[in-house]
Ligand binder design. Sequence first.
Ligand code: URP
Ligand code: ZN
Ligand code: ZN
Length: 507
Amino acid sequence: MTAHPETTPGPNGLNSDLPFDLVIRNGRIVADGQVVDGDLAVRGECIAAIGPELGPAVRDIDAAGRWVLPGGIDSHCHIEQLSGMGVMGADDFHSATVSAAFGGTTTVIPFAAQHRGNALPDVLRDYAARAAEKAVIDYGFHVILANPDAQTLATDLPAAIRAGITSIKVYMTYDRMKLDDYQLLDVLALAREEQALVMIHAENNDMIKWLAQRLIERGHSAPRFHAVAHDPLAEAEATNRAIAMSRLLDVPILIVHVAGGETVELIRHAQKLGAQVLAESCPQYLFLKAEDLDRPGMEGAKFCCSPPPRDEASQEAIWQGLLDGTLATYSSDHAPYRFDETGKLPKGDLTTFKDMANGVPGLELRLPLLFSEGFLKGRMDIHQFVALTAGNHARLYGLAPRKGMLAVGADADIAIWNAERQTVIRAADLHDRVGYTPYEGRTIQGWPEVVINRGRIVVSDGALQVARGSGRYLPRSAPSHAGLMAPRSDAAVRRQGTVLKALLGIG
Ligand code: URP
Ligand code: ZN
Ligand code: ZN
């Protein structure tokens, strides 16, 4: 498909008199829960009309035989960020957002990461400046909170939330990032007050450290032992504890990057009890396994992320969780580290699993993998695909109704998919700076060939069409969980009301 300018003159010969700036014609449009065969028109930055045979435009795109979907929203990605282990990611805001765009994503919500000793306002200024100069698609931020001191909790974090950074990620693991349970309760109470969403990396730090120490002492340092140290029980235990804290304070939480089947079960059970628990998963937990870490030499480091990919039963549980709504979003957790001494292998071949940077790339392949293996292989319908990759992210992170759906008045964030196109995945063809992909050599079907953000054609004809820094910052509203969580049970509401009134004077 080509996107080409078609300068049909208007009645007086001026293009500006034409009613639409762009019309995508003859597509299969997924518009707010319906499939519409017809046209989608853009005026300025927004969708102006959806219907049959729309009028003339400055520019036409022929989408016959193509799916016209909302651009993806990736609500969990690490861009130009220092990791919990102190390693700088390989992608900056330019390479990461270009890579995202080539994979059909039009909005990213990466993290502005506060490390110990950092003042939050300095962190936010720094990330804002770097992203504004480089991003090619729209972006918001979450805060990563590792320094919950009095100034941060009383002043800086509330100010950030009120200014549109309405979600906070906290860690229950990593020595340099983790909050203890007392601190976590402080953050949850604040989030309740300020209507922010707390995203929780739930792994039991001491279980992992204890296992890792013993593995290393016995000479078990190869990449595959990362998956042994990060036992599924460490994930399940911390998730259970986070759920209990959320229930205690009656505040929504979102468990990020769910990997294990038991964790899915715990979340489903909590949701049935009426707890306000949401969750996400990622491609690595559908398409990779712990056994991938057992490749020859250091190769397994390319599959190392936390929590690690698990077994086939867990993959199946993640699919089920995504399909039945237990898991609300599907994000990349793009954490880009090169396969060299700057990232995965700080000590070359002597690197132990404890030294390897944690994380895998995924911004560009997140949607194509799910489109191919989820939608085209019949595991999910197109509406589920759209909800998991765009719509639910927009609602949950305060970007709806402007983002995440094709509807009149919404931003014209659109991906036009060729469902026939087959691609053999090669790192060399991707646009990030990681240099490898854990999905190397796989064949997938379907690719987003034209990608549009706020009416601007960002990718077409296999090339980037927009300038560095042309993405726009998105301050976000309060998260909305409507329709993403079962209504809370009367018993849960009554119990929490009693606890909160008695102890805190709130309810
Ligand atoms: O291994 C991972 N997921 N690295 C990225 C940082 C995080 O914890 O999300
Ligand atoms: Zn995490
Ligand atoms: Zn992450």
